[in-house]
Ligand binder design. Structure first.
Ligand SMILES: [Fe+2]
Length: 217
């Protein structure tokens, strides 16, 4: 019995250490790029509202929100000259930028011997496109993990609607029109319509005080 408790204690301590490590990585991301970190927080907040709107189970909601919070974690390894570049990137810079989703997966792999696959999939696959033209795996349609398809829409919506230091965000109407324009190409068409309905529901806009995420790691 004593031995079992000792093993449980070590396992719990290991999990706490990994949780701290992931937060340490996110803190580093905040220092490296405040914009990227704030984007991660906003995406996770929107995910929280959308997950509730979709009536996912509490555990699924928490996993989606956590995945969305971590989705751009891998940008920690993207050189500042590329990450903070204003204007169009060169082909070579793009290929480096695109590696961020795999870098994020590598960080999670390194910290966790097993992590819930739905969280991992959001981080690695949030840039896949419905028509197969995305990255890193050129998955298409329902091959793309469900939570990654959700994150892709919220990620794009937040990127368009938010002000950046070098440009003003688009209006709500412009963002919705962009989502519809790319529906069935970049985004899951059914999820786009559900997301638009969500943005017209009581769960949106979310108060800034809404907790960004609940750790399920
Ligand atoms: Fe990303």
């Amino acid at each position: 019995m004593k031995k079992l408790n000792a093993i449980k204690h070590i396992a719990r301590k290991g999990m706490n250490d990994r949780r701290k490590s992931i937060e340490a990585y996110m803190n580093q991301l905040e220092h490296k790029s405040y914009d990227t970190y704030q984007h991660c927080l906003r995406v996770s907040r929107l995910a929280r509202g959308f997950a509730a709107y979709l009536q996912l189970s509490p555990s699924e909601q928490a996993k989606l929100v956590q995945g969305c919070y971590l989705h751009d974690l891998g940008k920690l390894f993207i050189p500042d000259a590329i990450l903070k570049h204003e204007g169009a990137l060169t082909t070579e810079q793009w290929s480096i930028m695109r590696a961020h989703s795999m870098f994020g997966g590598m960080i999670l792999d390194q910290l966790f011997t097993s992590i819930d696959s739905s969280i991992y999939e959001v981080v690695v696959h949030h840039h896949e496109h419905w028509d197969g033209s995305g990255y890193p795996s050129n998955q298409n349609g329902e091959q793309i993990p469900y939570f990654a398809r959700i994150c892709s829409i919220i990620d794009a919506f937040d990127s368009m609607i938010s002000d950046r230091c070098y440009r003003k965000g688009l209006s709500y109407e412009q963002c919705i029109s962009e989502l519809r324009k790319h529906s069935g190409k970049q985004f899951d068409p059914e999820l786009v319509e559900r997301f638009i309905k969500f943005t017209n529901s009581a769960g949106y806009p979310l108060l800034p005080s809404t907790p960004a995420y609940v750790s399920v790691l």
